[in-house]
Write a protein that binds this ligand. Structure first.
Ligand code: SF4
Length: 181
């Protein structure tokens, strides 16, 4: 491939973290609130179960890797010379958002000269899914990064009730003041 076939590397003015990519694909209000440091997240039972899964089944690997305070990986390992980034999820409910987050991790590392592949682990479903970064994924990630900038620098998106609202830490903020639909 010719180097001028490559898309231009974006230079976002703001720090784009994996969590922001995830929230972009879940709820724009959540993305905006989180990006403005309005953090109401607290420990749900979900988190405890996640931690338990994490500790029981994957105790041998190097865990909770944070890079540049930007990406946060459940655990990494090297298999046949390939660096694997592993994420552990209880369900596939948010699969799309989780996959985009993993694409971003792979993209972020690739931009810094590190090739890796992702593995999504669903221990309760006894499934794993391999995630490889394609050139289309890279273009999508760059679009996501620009979209995040647009949303975060604009006015707070009006909250709209979606399936995950009851489990979201911002529920009261969004709806108990009469601000949402
Ligand atoms: S409560 Fe619902 S609308 Fe509000 S931030 Fe959470 S997911 Fe978005």
């Amino acid at each position: 491939m010719q180097t001028n076939d490559l898309p231009p590397t974006p230079t976002p003015a703001m720090k784009i973290t994996g969590v922001k990519i995830n929230y972009l694909h879940i709820c724009h209000t959540k993305l905006w609130l989180f990006s403005h440091n309005i953090t109401l997240e607290h420990e749900h039972d979900n988190v405890s179960i996640g931690k338990m899964l994490h500790e029981d089944r994957y105790s041998k690997n190097k865990k909770d890797i944070t890079i540049d305070n930007t990406i946060s990986i459940d655990f990494v390992k090297r298999r046949n010379g390939v660096l694997e980034l592993h994420e552990i999820k209880k369900t596939k409910t948010m699969e799309d958002a989780h996959l985009h987050q993993m694409y971003y991790y792979l993209y972020y590392l690739k931009q810094r000269g590190v090739d890796a592949q992702g593995i999504m682990n669903y221990p309760l479903l006894n499934q794993t899914k391999e995630v490889l970064l394609t050139q289309d994924d890279e273009i999508n990630i760059e679009n996501d990064m620009h979209r995040i900038e647009e949303i975060v620098t604009g006015r707070m998106p009006h909250p709209k009730r979606i399936k995950i609202c009851p489990k979201c830490a911002y529920l009261e903020f969004c709806f108990c003041g009469g601000g949402g639909d």
